[in-house]
Write a protein that binds this ligand. Structure first.
Ligand code: ZN
Length: 239
């Protein structure tokens, strides 16, 4: 049996699937993985992206933060791709119980998935650091300079920056889903970013499936690993 057929069989036989998705899922939608070799990290900018996307930078060089943020992280016009749509369908079939994602582009929600845990936050939520009023991504990306609240406070994206903690409640919920699911499908992440990578260690189910372009530290304990191009894998899965 080839690997795609094996994956089809696993999905067919599982009714408690959890998806864990990373930046690789978004690349088919034209969003760059800022950790990959050709991603944001290697683009020329005044500071390196890891520095800019930090809590320190946000509060101390807010203007520069927003210049970069609006330029590089605006994915308002991006659309869900074949991977997002595939997992939306699995949720509709009541097979997929939860999407856990490291992505901040909101594409799983845009695809229509209802249960999505965005561990690194999302560009679609923003709030005033002074009065907590919420603002849309359109407002933030459309503003000139630093986006400001009507109270005068600075608006901050609900995106987890370097130096900030993940949302505890979401993470605990993710842990519960991972530790109790039958099949965990990991797509598009090298599982190298802690603490998110530690989630996989909690898996106690039957099938750990890893779909990624490169190898991951969990490949040796996985039931199925496919290192291939995603459009090829998901086109075959879909038919
Ligand atoms: Zn305010």
């Amino acid at each position: 049996m080839n690997k795609i057929d094996k994956l089809k069989q696993i999905i067919k036989e599982s009714n408690n699937i959890v998806l864990f998705s990373g930046a690789g899922v978004s690349t088919l939608s034209g969003i760059k993985d800022f950790r990959s070799k050709d991603g944001l990290y290697n683009m020329k900018y005044k500071y390196n992206p890891e520095e800019i996307l930090s809590s320190y930078f946000f509060f101390n060089k807010t203007n520069d933060f927003y210049e970069f943020y609006k330029d590089k992280l605006n994915c308002l016009d991006k659309k869900p791709n074949i991977i997002h749509k595939f997992f939306k369908k699995l949720e509709d079939q009541n097979k997929l119980k939860c999407v856990i994602t490291q992505n901040i582009d909101g594409l799983h929600s845009k695809a229509g998935n209802k249960k999505v845990l965005e561990l690194h936050g999302t560009i679609y939520k923003n709030h005033c650091i002074n009065c907590n009023k919420e603002y849309s991504a359109e407002y933030v990306f459309g503003s000139k300079g630093i986006p400001k609240c009507e109270c005068g406070g600075i608006i901050k994206p609900d995106v987890v920056l370097y130096g900030e903690n993940l949302n505890d409640n979401d993470f605990i919920e993710a842990e519960n889903y991972v530790s109790s699911c039958e099949t965990l499908i990991v797509v598009g992440t090298s599982l190298s970013v802690f603490p998110v990578s530690g989630l996989v260690r909690l898996f106690r189910g039957k099938n750990l499936v890893i779909l990624n372009r490169d190898t991951t530290p969990f490949d040796s304990i996985a039931s199925l690993v496919i290192n291939d191009e995603f459009d090829k894998i998901f086109n075959e899965l879909d038919c």
